[in-house]
Design a protein around this ligand. Structure first.
Ligand code: UD1
Ligand code: MG
Length: 459
């Protein structure tokens, strides 16, 4: 690991035209988190690093997101989107301070907020090339489809002589498989001076950061390439690439969980969020989706087709198939939640059960309570949300409506089919149902009358 101070300049000012979106490109999400946040999180974990973010005018949401993720980040505005070199220069005050930081100048690493999969260890590998004497190190890769990427021009001795953007490339240059990821590390005494020499005489009329290589070489500085895998530096310019990046992120996260002792029967069907936490010996059946804010404790079994968001699932619980947890679902140890049960903002105590077809919204269920099939917490009257509190060991019969606010005492029984509107004392039976009537022999008489009528109609 490099010990020099490092300034990360994260470029996030591009409009992202190819996304065809009203949302700035870098706020599009991977695993529930903006691409910008992915990059900032990675950079902020590298020791000795400072972060500068370059945003476009009127992109308040981008600045807000950057400060949310890294409160200490410095913001710079690029007044017009004139290209990546111009974007880096928008952070000139930070570049110049960095140059003054140490005699040799600290490192400057440029990261693109639309290249969200880059990992800390890959950045460190790039900086190691500066340790071995290069002034500029470019992270290169060989994508399956190089369309749209800048090509890296290499001399006989393997030195990097330039980068050619696709639109400016000759046919021969387009055949080069080695591409620019956009991630570049600089150890150049006066970087802002070098960058200000870059012109815009190219197909797009933009100031390309990539031109820094040729200019640096003319000044006798040394540039080199460090290669990495495509999965580390996929650039996202379109929605299709966004989906590919999501797939790569998911595959990595699943592998990490499996390495840490989580069983996944069909990992490719399990969708994780950037903040998902799953302990060891959890087993997950196919087609389970983890949205934001989920923690799963040891030994939990999650059966197929569950959708889980904002939930804590306690040790040894058994969930699904087809369960849905929404924010505030706090599932105690050894709880059983079965098919078509929705839980929102409810705490279930240890060993409670709700195995079939229920809505539990706002409230609490005591330890060991049993919630029968078709129980509904009627929590909302169109204006307010109210709580249903069920005591320990209570038994709620099937097809019960519990009209909140409501308290069911510990150990109480609720008769099936009841609509309960008043609190129930501990240990009591509450039943709300009209008395059953029975008419002996009625069915036989009914059938006789009906079949005579039918026969008369046919005649
Ligand atoms: C860029 C590189 C290309 C590389 C590719 C990798 C240049 C000239 N080209 O092309 O060699 O193969 O990335 O993905 O650098 N941005 C600004 N201000 C601007 C323009 C861009 O902040 O004026 C930001 C964007 O928000 C984005 C990043 O810079 O995060 C890259 O811009 P983009 O337009 O996507 O460049 P590419 O065409 O992908
Ligand atoms: Mg791009």
């Amino acid at each position: 690991m490099s010990v020099r101070p490092c300034l990360f300049v994260v470029l996030a000012a591009g409009k992202g035209t190819r996304m065809k979106s009203s949302l700035p490109k870098v706020l599009h999400k991977i695993a529930g988190q903006s691409m910008l946040a992915h990059v900032l999180t990675t950079a902020s974990r590298i020791e000795g690093g400072k972060i500068a973010v370059v945003v476009g005018p009127g992109m308040d949401a981008v600045g807000t997101e950057a400060v949310r993720v890294v409160p200490g980040a410095r913001m710079f505005e690029q007044s017009a989107q004139l290209g990546t070199a111009d974007a880096v220069l928008a952070a000139k005050p930070a570049l110049d301070e960095q140059g003054a930081d140490s005699q040799a100048g600290g490192d400057v690493v440029v990261l693109f907020a639309d290249t969200p999969l880059v990992r800390g260890e890959v950045i460190e590998r790039l900086r190691a090339a500066l340790d071995s004497g290069a002034n500029i190190a470019v992270l290169g890769f060989r994508p399956k489809d190089p369309t749209g990427y800048g090509r890296l021009l290499i001399d006989d001795r393997g030195g990097l002589t330039g980068i050619r953007e696709e639109q400016d490339a000759t046919d021969a240059e387009r055949d080069i498989g080695l591409c620019n990821s956009g991630v570049m590390a600089f150890r150049v005494p006066r970087l802002s001076e070098l960058l200000s020499r870059i012109g815009s005489a190219n197909a797009k009329g933009e100031y390309y950061l990539t031109d820094a290589i040729e200019i640096a070489r003319q000044q006798g500085l040394k540039a080199t390439v460090v290669e990495c895998d495509e999965s580390d530096v996929l650039g996202v310019n379109t929605r299709e690439q966004l989906a590919v990046a999501e797939g790569i992120w998911q595959a990595r996260a699943r592998s990490a969980f499996m390495r840490d002792g989580v069983t996944m029967v069909a990992p490719e069907t399990v969708w994780l969020n950037f903040d998902t936490r799953i302990a060891s010996d959890v087993s997950i059946e196919p087609n389970v989706i983890f949205a934001a804010g989920v923690t799963v404790e040891e030994g939990v079994q999650i059966l197929g087709f569950c959708h889980i968001e904002g939930a804590t699932i306690g040790k040894g619980a058994r969930i699904g198939p087809f369960a849905r947890f929404r924010p505030g679902a706090r599932i105690g140890a050894n709880v059983h939640i079965g098919n078509f049960v929705e839980v929102k903002n409810v705490t279930l105590g240890e060993g409670a059960k709700a195995n079939h077809l229920s809505y539990l919204g706002d409230g609490s269920v005591g330890a060991g309570a049993n919630i029968g099939a078709g129980t509904i917490f009627c929590n909302y009257d169109g204006y307010n949300k109210e709580k249903t509190e069920i005591g320990e060991g209570a038994f709620i019969g099937s097809n019960t409506s519990l009209v909140a606010p409501l308290k069911i005492g510990a150990g109480a029984y609720i008769g099936s089919g009841s609509v309960i509107t008043k609190d129930v004392s501990p240990g009591a039976l509450a039943i709300e149902r009209s008395a059953q009537e029975e008419r002996p022999g009625w069915a036989e008489k009914f059938r006789a009358v009906m079949s005579r009528r039918k026969a008369a109609q046919k005649r």
